[in-house]
Design a binder for this molecule. Structure first.
Ligand code: NDP
Length: 296
């Protein structure tokens, strides 16, 4: 068996097209231009690339993009003051503070300062709770993107055995809530799980969010499983030349592709979905703030 390769790049492109349509409708029918504010503290190169790409895609779908670049020595009080200002700004419907922040700033304080109505990353306790009880609101971007790819490929997820490897607040836990909501039977594995390969072998759906390059091997998979590889790991690639690197997932793609029925590649799978879902969340928050029902 050779797995179908799930094209997250193409799906994200189509999703952004649909989002641009929603933006247009909000503008013409309701006079609302959704606005997303992105705040970055310091000059971490990976964060800079990510933030620029968010700003570019925000503008491309017709939203207003507000980028706040603060020096690394910015105090926690000044960052909290900026968040308060954005909370109060009616032109801003989504606020994202790029993590990690410098060590002298407490990320939890920053997250809790964001108005949950504008928390497009779905990090605040209020939004985590809403996802858990199924109320409308923004949903953590990477798990939302993974869910969209799964629904697109499988249709109805009801009754599927899903194993998520990883229990982070960012990926594993919200993924668990979303799959449970879609009536999967969900197992969440982590670093203390015993006989992980045997656990994974029970799964119709495997979501790997571990942060360990190519850890999940093809012979861990049930034949025909659908594999969503969330991992993004940079590893040495001597075959490309001295000092070169490449990105790999948490799944050993070469062996998994012969056993799974479908698999997301790295790069080009879940990664491109994350920013597209951030934009989708901004449509959700802009709609809810204005008393409108968000598009499904
Ligand atoms: P975290 O480091 O926060 O969490 C990793 C999880 O994996 C933990 O729950 C940990 O268990 C578990 N784990 C670690 N080692 C093992 C092991 N040997 N066996 C089983 N479980 C293990 O990572 P994130 O959730 O933030 O990210 C996971 C991956 O996804 C990373 O590669 C990251 O780069 C990528 N990522 C990709 C995104 C995208 O846009 N595609 C966005 C966010 C993340 P325990 O809780 O017991 O420590």
């Amino acid at each position: 068996m050779t797995a179908k390769i799930i094209d997250g790049k193409l799906f994200a492109e189509n999703l952004r097209g649909r989002i641009a349509g929603h933006v247009q409708r909000l503008k013409t029918e309701h006079g609302i231009t959704p606005g997303l504010a992105v705040v970055i503290v310091g000059s971490d190169p990976a964060s800079q690339v990510y933030v620029s790409s968010k700003a570019k895609q925000t503008a491309e779908v017709g939203m207003n993009s507000y980028k706040h670049e603060l020096p690394a020595e910015t105090s926690e009080a000044d960052l909290l003051a900026l968040v308060a200002k954005l909370n109060a700004d009616p032109a801003v419907h989504g606020i994202l503070v790029q993590l990690p922040v410098p060590k002298h700033i407490d990320p939890n304080k920053v997250i809790e300062a964001i108005d949950p109505a504008k928390d497009v990353d779905s990090f605040t306790p209020a939004n985590v709770g809403k996802v858990q009880i199924g109320l409308p609101g923004p949903v953590s971007c990477t798990p939302l993107g993974a869910l969209m790819l799964l629904r697109d490929h499988l249709g109805n997820l009801e009754g599927k055995n899903a194993v998520i490897i990883g229990r982070s607040n960012l990926v594993g836990k919200p993924m668990m809530q979303l799959l449970l909501r879609d009536n999967c039977t969900v197992t969440v594995a982590h670093s203390k799980t015993q006989n992980l390969a045997d656990v994974v072998r029970q799964a119709d759906i495997v979501v790997a969010a571990v942060g360990r390059p190519e850890m999940v091997k093809g012979d861990w998979l049930k034949p025909g499983a659908v594999v969503i590889d969330v991992g993004i790991n940079r590893v040495p690639a001597p075959e490309k030349g001295e000092g070169k690197t490449k990105l790999v997932g948490d799944v050993d793609f070469a062996s998994a592709v012969d056993v799974a029925s479908a698999i997301t590649p790295v790069p080009g799978g879940v990664g491109p979905m994350t920013i597209a879902c951030l934009l989708a969340n901004t449509i959700t928050t802009a709609s809810l703030i204005n008393g409108l029902v968000p598009p499904s």
